[in-house]
Design a protein around this ligand. Structure first.
Ligand SMILES: [Ca+2]
Ligand SMILES: [Ca+2]
Length: 187
């Protein structure tokens, strides 16, 4: 069987649960498909949560518009199954690594709403809240990502944790697998 003909049920179950969780976090309007509208909604919620205006608000809008345009590769919507199969293909093909890195650099920039170059616990909690994740889980995940325990997440720490979440297919239920919040039980 070639990789392209794989089915979701053939993939590692724990990893699929992570991807389903991520999908549901980003399906901001909850209609079961990822679209540009979800990305715009997340941007708007982030702008509201951070009380941003002017160029700061425009920047967040641009990031999420670009994330969708880049991520969707001109599709108008993406189903959960498509996303899972795509991601499984990506993690087995190094050509997609730079694309993945570009995408997560943008998430980092979006969390760093005030462009300080680092992500504070407050930034992190705010982003979690925007994605509908219970903030009580943010402390443990933040502490895990903050590898040098200086109370801030830098770009390198963020990328390492993001990479683990996507690439670690046989992981246990530890904080590194809660990058996008605790795994959803019905995921
Ligand atoms: Ca949606
Ligand atoms: Ca740190």
């Amino acid at each position: 069987m070639s990789k392209s003909s794989k089915k979701v049920e053939d993939l590692p179950k724990y990893w699929v649960k992570k991807m389903r969780t991520q999908f549901k976090r980003f399906d901001a309007d909850g209609d079961g498909v990822l679209t540009k509208a979800d990305h715009i909604l997340i941007a708007e919620r982030l702008i509201k949560a951070g009380n941003l205006s002017g160029e700061e608000a425009n920047r967040v809008h641009r990031i999420f518009t670009f994330l969708w345009d880049d991520f969707s590769t001109s599709k108008t919507q993406m189903t959960e199954e498509e996303m899972i199969l795509n991601n499984f293909k990506f993690i087995h093909d190094d050509r997609f690594k730079p694309w993945f890195e570009d995408q997560y650099k943008l998430y980092y920039d979006a969390m760093d709403v005030k462009k300080t170059g680092q992500i504070s616990l407050e930034n992190f909690k705010s982003f979690y809240a925007v994605l509908g994740i219970d903030a009580t889980f943010a402390d443990a995940v933040f502490a895990y990502i903050d590898d040098d325990s200086n109370g801030l997440i830098n770009r390198g720490e963020f990328m390492t944790a993001a990479e683990e979440y996507l690439y670690d297919i046989f992981a246990d239920d530890s904080a590194n697998n809660h990058f996008w919040g605790p795994l959803l039980e019905d995921a």
